[in-house]
Ligand binder design. Structure first.
Ligand SMILES: N[C@@H](CCC(=O)N[C@@H](CS)C(=O)NCC(=O)O)C(=O)O
Length: 207
């Protein structure tokens, strides 16, 4: 079963690549030239009309966008890999809680820091918008830091796909600030980066 992952080095597609590597699934990378905004072009909109990365294509041509939808689909298709705790368990509920927090409360703020012009009419100070979004990003990371289990993974039962999310979004933070302010998040990132199956993915995605 070979998947196709549309993404770019350093981008959020690392979450999906890491999930496939953990599963041991075959996957082919279709990298976009994100530095030149290739994800915004018509050719890619045919694959992902929202023009964002990642996109997963299954072996029968099914297109899945939205990182959480992709992770849940991979978990359902490869239950033996235990990307997430078993359905119905309290640990799964916690893993989904923090995964969704990252995907819906944090990830969209990164679009605001990276592309503030998308959120403002002409005349609005983009730097003010960016600064405010950066502050909110840090507040939300502090919330996760204070409330997720982290021993060293996000959920008490051990590694889950939520830790991949924490790692990929966490490495976009200023490293000194993260180490000082988010020691439990730092522990998750350290543990995830040490997972043998993921060495190749992080070499591509974390500088
Ligand atoms: N809700 C989407 C968000 C994906 C997202 O924001 N991807 C970033 C990659 S880091 C992207 O494509 N950014 C380029 C852009 O917005 O033009 C998901 O979870 O998959």
């Amino acid at each position: 079963m070979a998947y196709i992952i549309y993404g770019a080095p350093g981008s959020g597609s690392g979450i999906v690549e890491a999930a496939c590597a953990e599963i041991g699934a075959d996957y082919e990378l279709r990298d976009l030239d994100a530095r030149n905004d290739a994800q915004r072009r018509e050719a890619y909109a045919v694959v992902n009309p929202h023009r964002k990365m990642p996109t997963l294509e299954t072996e029968d041509g099914e297109i899945i966008t939205e990182s959480v939808a992709i992770l849940l689909t991979l978990d359902e298709r490869h239950r033996e890999a235990r990307l997430l705790p078993p359905p119905g368990s309290k640990h799964r509920a916690q893993a989904l809680r923090w995964m969704l927090f990252l995907a819906t409360e944090l990830y969209p703020l990164i679009e605001m820091t990276d592309y503030p012009e998308r959120f403002a009419e002409r005349g609005i100070c983009l730097e003010t918008l960016r600064t405010r979004a950066e502050k909110m990003v840090r507040e939300r990371w502090r919330l996760l830091e204070a409330n997720a289990a982290a021993s060293p993974y996000c959920v008490a039962s051990g590694f889950s796909a939520t830790d991949l999310y924490v790692t990929k979004l966490g490495v976009w933070l200023d490293e000194d600030w993260r180490r000082e302010q988010l020691p439990r998040v730092e522990a998750i990132i350290t543990a995830v980066r040490a997972r043998p199956a993921l060495a190749g993915v992080w070499a591509r995605h974390i500088r």
